[in-house]
Design a protein around this ligand. Structure first.
Ligand code: F6P
Length: 357
């Protein structure tokens, strides 16, 4: 009998997931003669009887799939198996039902595509069954430890950069301060990368202790040089009060873009407008880099199962795919390195980070 492996996508969707699923199915079939079963809606599919899953026919895994955003299997970022939300508001451990679902599929290995939270859950879910498990990192936030890139991040940066390119003409034409709020959860990776690529004047991220007055002063200095517009990128978590300071200490945990535009308007007298990019960053056609990353990680994930390895994550490191123990990934969110290349580059280009540096 042909060996069967399972794959599921878990957590928020992003660009490149379909490319990863495709790579896994193709590698499994053509490399090892295996069948791949796609589990629907992340772990939620495992609760259904029959289990919500389908055999991935390799004839359907053509290049068109790699071009599509989202995940055709569906996903969820709700429904912790160990504390599953029940209709009456209570929480229930449903991990046993999910493991049973995995066993009912007759699979002998599982590949999970997820961020560090999802990979942690999947790892703990599968462990009692002894089923080999390999993770593929994905998240627009790029905060998974021990990988330089997670699937979805390159596309999110490209979308945010394009948003800045599109905001710039309005800022220049109307002499406005254009504030762009980007996602990233607790990390500023998207903000700093898109800010540099998109020519921002100010980038505010949770990793840098920023001062509202310095942002105001920077915008004033731009005006003194004759420039009447400005581009400001703010990470969604930049308003966390322990990271911001002074007048920024009342920055809200949510809605920091609108708050900042309002405050900048009052403080500088300039017209300021906020754009909250939101899920636009997740749903785009994957960039070439994302497709490549997803393909390389997907292929290697299958190879690891073939080598009998388990409880590992494939990772992108120093221009190649490596694999690392999941124990060294979960619970260690990777934030922007305050002394790293991106921060140094931003400063060198004259981008204001709202601090003294
Ligand atoms: O983790 C990905 C992400 O898009 C974050 O950047 C964002 O904070 C969050 O998910 C949004 O989640 P939801 O889609 O549930 O609103």
């Amino acid at each position: 009998m042909t060996k069967r492996i399972g794959i599921l996508t878990s957590g928020g969707d992003c660009a490149g997931l379909n490319a990863a699923i495709r790579a896994v199915a193709l590698r499994a079939r053509h490399g090892y003669g295996w069948t791949t079963v796609g589990i629907r809606y992340g772990t939620l599919g495992l609760l259904e009887r029959p289990v919500e899953a389908e055999v991935l026919d390799v004839d359907r895994m053509d290049a068109a799939l790699a071009r599509q955003g989202g995940t055709f299997l569906g996903t969820t970022n709700r429904g912790d198996p160990f504390a599953f939300p029940m209709p009456d508001g209570s929480r229930k451990d449903r991990s046993g039902e999910m493991v049973e679902g995995l066993l009912l599929l007759g699979i002998e290995g599982l590949i999970g595509v997820g961020g560090d939270g999802s990979l942690d859950i999947l790892r703990r879910l599968v462990a009692p069954s002894g089923m080999p498990f390999v993770g593929i990192p994905k998240t627009i936030d790029n905060d998974v430890a021990n990988t330089e890139r997670a699937v979805g991040y390159p596309t999110a940066v490209a979308v945010a950069t394009e948003a800045l390119d599109r905001l710039h003409p309005t800022g220049a034409s109307h002499e406005r301060v254009m504030v762009l709020e980007v996602m990233g959860r607790d990390a500023g990776h998207i903000a700093i990368a898109a800010g540099i690529a998109g020519g921002a004047d100010v980038v505010l991220i949770p990793e840098v202790h920023w001062h509202f007055e310095r942002v105001v002063a920077h915008i004033a200095s731009l005006r003194a040089t004759g420039r009447s517009s400005a581009l400001v990128v703010v990470a969604e978590a930049a308003g966390q009060s322990d990271k911001a300071s002074d007048a920024a200490s009342d920055a809200p945990k949510q809605g920091v873009g609108d708050w900042l535009a309002r405050r900048l308007s009052q403080a500088t007298g300039a017209e300021a407008r906020a754009t909250v990019l939101g899920h636009v960053q997740r749903g785009a056609t994957p960039t070439a880099e994302d497709r490549l990353l997803a393909a390389a990680l997907g292929v290697r994930a299958v190879d690891l199962l073939a080598e009998g390895k388990s409880d590992r994550m494939v990772a992108w490191w120093n221009r190649q795919v490596i694999d690392v123990p999941l124990a060294k990934v979960v619970g260690r969110s990777r934030t922007v390195d305050r002394d790293g290349t991106l921060i140094r580059t931003a400063r060198a280009l004259g981008i204001c980070l709202g601090d003294a540096g």
